[in-house]
Design a protein around this ligand. Structure first.
Ligand code: CTP
Length: 450
């Protein structure tokens, strides 16, 4: 427990304690017909980071909102946050001593910072100041909160709060873009009147709205809970010389949507992505690669222990056989590039002795279903999702049309947004995967009985 320093906001403590004593115990809401509803946040472990800003006082209410949904909340304050609100307020509302110092021997003895980073199922930083966003994007470990963010594998969400000009500053814009790219969820900020008297974007979202958004970020119990799903997405780039490459029009959106849907279904998701500019879905671990070779290497590193492999990447089929060490000069009238085949990532995984459940994608411009079925058989897949690609179709589009094929079945998922199709596809994959386990179990039992 940190020293009970007196500070502004300390008086809030008693008022909150009296008014909200009901929230200090986990809440089970009453439902119709006398049945209790267990809230999805019930029992979830949330580490709430509070950084320096006038909005820190709202975080006291946020603790209350999270606890009324049944979450366990551990507050970690930065030194600047303690200038705005006293730790006792948070201690009373969260029911746990506030952590603040990296070098607090007593607190470390109770739960070391690495244990604390492991304890969290979600790290939420609210308010997140401009300075904290900069430190987070720079990977700093110069105080307890920044260190925990670096050491945790839990999803991280931030609710920025700052003056509108600070929010619009190019440095903050770049930091936020980096964080989004890494899968940090940025909640808000909202627009409106600011503490400094200006009006604009930069206000922290209201605690109730943050709590609602956090609800959606937490790992759910779903059909893929406890399963590890490995996904490839995006194009690959094959080098011609130091300044040129061969690639394709894949945006990675379909693969990222599949990653989000798998995560929503409760899976632990690893996403091996070629060069794309799509934000990483919350809670997904992303590994960036460039070429077909590096995609294969990353997949082979991650595939051990994967239950399901979904190959949505548009891997280049050929690459320059002899990439030039220096920029090719414009001397001849024509240029011949000698190309060679790249490895087939999907076929390599499907050919492994101990292989996961393997799902491919087929990008076709003609005879879509026929070509996709041929790939299903040739690459020895469990399932394939076929889509028609081409001008104004799929690439760089928000919508898609998927037909899912198994060895002896098909399902037309129709036209829809990539995310809605991804959710439907993941549902089918989960069902098929579960029955493949059932089949394996049945055959082991049959052998045992024989
Ligand atoms: N794939 C792969 N590695 C490659 C090529 C393709 O992993 N080098 C995977 C894709 O991710 C997809 C499936 O194989 O899941 C089919 O990809 P597609 O581009 O439709 O077909 P290809 O196998 O490349 O064959 P073709 O280009 O002749 O249609």
């Amino acid at each position: 427990m940190i020293a009970a320093a007196r500070g502004p906001g300390e008086g809030v403590n008693e008022t909150f304690q009296r008014r909200n004593s009901a929230f200090l115990a986990p809440c089970v809401c009453a439902a119709g017909e006398g049945r209790p509803i267990i809230h999805p946040m019930q029992g979830k472990r949330i580490l709430l980071g509070v950084t320096g800003g006038i909005a820190a006082y709202k975080s006291a209410d946020l603790v209350r909102r999270l606890r009324e949904r049944g979450a366990e909340v551990q507050v970690v304050m930065t030194a600047a946050a303690r200038e705005f609100v006293g730790p006792l307020t948070f201690q009373a509302l969260s029911g746990r001593p506030v952590r603040a110092e990296l070098w607090d021997a007593a607190a470390e003895a109770a739960m070391g910072h690495i244990e604390l980073a492991r304890w969290a199922e979600l790290v939420l930083v609210a308010p997140a100041s401009a300075d904290f966003l900069a430190r987070l994007s720079g990977g700093h470990a110069d105080d307890l909160l920044a260190t925990l963010c670096l050491a945790t594998q839990a999803p991280i969400a931030v609710a920025p709060a700052m003056n509108r000009i600070m929010w619009a500053n190019a440095a903050t814009v770049a930091n936020v873009a980096t964080l989004r790219q890494r899968g940090v969820q940025v909640l808000g900020p909202a627009e409106g009147e600011q503490a400094c008297g200006e009006v604009g974007e930069g206000r922290m979202l209201e605690p109730l709205e943050i709590a609602d958004r956090v609800d959606l970020l937490l790992p759910r119990s779903g059909p893929l809970q406890g399963r590890r799903v490995l996904i490839t997405a995006g194009p690959t780039r094959e080098r011609i010389d130091p300044v040129r490459f061969i690639s394709n029009r894949s945006s990675g959106k379909m693969g990222f949507a599949v990653a989000q849907a798998a995560r929503e279904a409760g899976a632990e998701v690893v996403l091996v992505a070629g060069p794309v500019s799509v934000p990483t879905p919350s809670g997904v671990r992303r590994v960036d690669v460039e070429s077909a070779d590096s995609m294969l290497a990353a997949v082979l590193r991650e595939v051990e222990g994967a239950d399901i492999f979904i190959s949505t990447a548009a891997v280049a089929d050929y690459r320059p056989a002899n990439p030039h060490g220096q920029k090719i000069k414009k001397t001849a009238n024509t240029l011949d590039l000698n190309m060679e085949r790249t490895p087939d990532v999907l076929a390599t995984v499907a050919a492994r002795a101990r292989r996961p459940f393997v799902v491919g994608f087929a990008a076709e411009t003609e005879s879509v279903e026929q070509n996709a079925r041929a790939k299903l058989l040739k690459k020895n897949l469990d399932m394939i999702a076929a889509n028609e690609v081409g001008d104004n179709k799929v690439f760089e589009c928000e919508d898609n049309h998927l037909i899912v094929l198994w060895r002896n079945a098909r399902r037309d998922l129709g036209q829809g947004s990539k995310l809605s199709l991804a959710r439907e596809l993941v549902r089918l994959i989960a069902e098929s995967y579960a029955s493949s386990l059932g089949g394996a179990r049945d055959s082991v039992q049959a052998q045992a009985q024989a």
